[in-house]
Design a protein. Sequence first.
Length: 638
Amino acid sequence: MTASHTAAPQATSETRKFLVLLLGSIGVVYGDIGTSPLYAFREALRPFAKNGTVHHDEVIGMISLMVWTLTILVTFKYVLFLLRADNDGEGGTLSLLALLMKKTGSYMPVLFFAGLIGSALFIGDAMITPALSVMSALEGLKLVTPAFSDYVLPMSAAIMVGVFAIQSKGTAAVSNFFGPITVLWFIVMAWGGVIHISDDWTILEALNPLNALWFITHAGTVGLIILGAVFLTVTGAEALYADLGHFGRKPIQTAWFILVFPALALNYLGQGALVLTNPETIANPFYLLYPEWALLPVVILATMATIIASQAVITGAFSLARQAVHLGFLPRLAIKFTSETNTGQIYVPAVNAILFIGVIVLIFSFGDSESLATAYGISVTGAMVVTTLMSFQFLRSVRGYSAFVAAALLLPLLIIEAVFLAANLLKIHDGGWVPVVLALAIMMVMWTWTKGSKYLKEKTARNDIPLETFIKSVESSIDRESDHAPVTVPGTAVFLTSVPDRTPGVLLHNIKHNHVLHDQNVILTVWTQDKPYVPDSERVEMTRLSKRFLRLDITFGFMDEPNVTKALTLCKKKGFKFEIMQTSFYLGRRNLISTPNTGLAGWQEHLYIGLADFSIDPSAYFKLPPNRVVELGEQVAI
């Protein structure tokens, strides 16, 4: 009886928690893909809209292609397969890369560059999505009254200013409204489709995949152009995978099957039936689904939905940047945690500024959603192709499938995505070059930082003194009371280093210039694991090197906050006693100087030095007490 009473509240609590996650996933995960009906079918109709007519079979084939693209790429690939390819519960390109780096040592250059390309394409997508979504929503005002036409651009820019301005405040309060608003948005989309499907019941023929195949084989050259627009139906699918860690697999899958997929399919079917009955609605079939009295409320709701979609992709870029920093792909960036309970809610000022500038430039450069839609798609299709290629290695190294079986499972997906990518590449000259340039620039930054850091580490290691040799020498001179022995002073000194078996340069400089050695000297190395979170029980490892020296290894996951001060409190439980106000943290500050004939190309040297200058102070990144930090500088030629 007691067990039954105990189980009931627990089950209720679990159900409530699941429903909260379900609602949150609808608001955040599906915000982007949920705004695609605003422009996807309209853009696919463009090639036929020049003469104002469209054939019945073409509409059926187009809608069929959209519905089955959602089914194959989103339902099968992401919802049913990739959500299971998690790294201790975390998803996304970099999480998958970290998992593969942990599981396999082969093909590492290929995996590394695949991860960089996928990440770069996602950030490029994070610039285009807000601009395209908000402009396409506000353009519905033109249907309310043409007088609003001149205000779409400034209103789009104003909304973006507001969206990026509130990032530093955190999204905890705002996110509580995301789920309900997006749920209402999907219900309204489904309603708009349902009331028009009966306009032409033959639209239900689109549910037959043979009509999609017929369209592809009979559309000819124009079919490739249309395919690029059709792919807009699945924009936001990568966010589905990237946000896995925030909501979990079950809530995301449930939300897709019970609400999101049915609402999208019904809306596209309704748009198709509307165009079959009234070809003049080609100009904007989404908004023309609704009666005149509902038009303004739907425009307002669509604008709110696109703001939510923008918020989702911006926070996704923040999370990706944090992962990239912890994995060593980017320099240390200022990262602010905006929630005391949810570590996923972060604010990265540098990323926020870059995205804001990019979004505003895109809005005023392209001028309307029709023009910007031509630039969209390449980043999304490219990221999907990269994810599929990485999934091949996942099936082999993690799931243990043979190369033949893995290829047989993924080859159909890869062929479909490659066709879509080829179709989108046709838009290079019409603005498609924008995401390509953005992705190349971001990839170049990450590659340069990774390569430069590795080169610098190898170069400085050549002149390093083995730590064991140094400890024996310095303690011997103190014990012998040698004239050259440093003076021993009370307190604890912590020396940060990335190479724990070598003497930190800052320790050598301290003895050379100050001639002192503390009673306790800690050689501290901070590690980042290839898994998202590390429990406190595995956070700290201590090794006694001598009576004055201790080696301390602190390990974080790539999603953890690297708070060294907090981690040091765990040392007291393991017997290492110290007072934080009697502890000095010694950091080495390197002034990098460019020199010819090094391991880096000239332009990479200058870029790496610029990135190093842009990197925030280690004391701020590792949350060290600012009044206990001592910095000693040195010049290093690269």
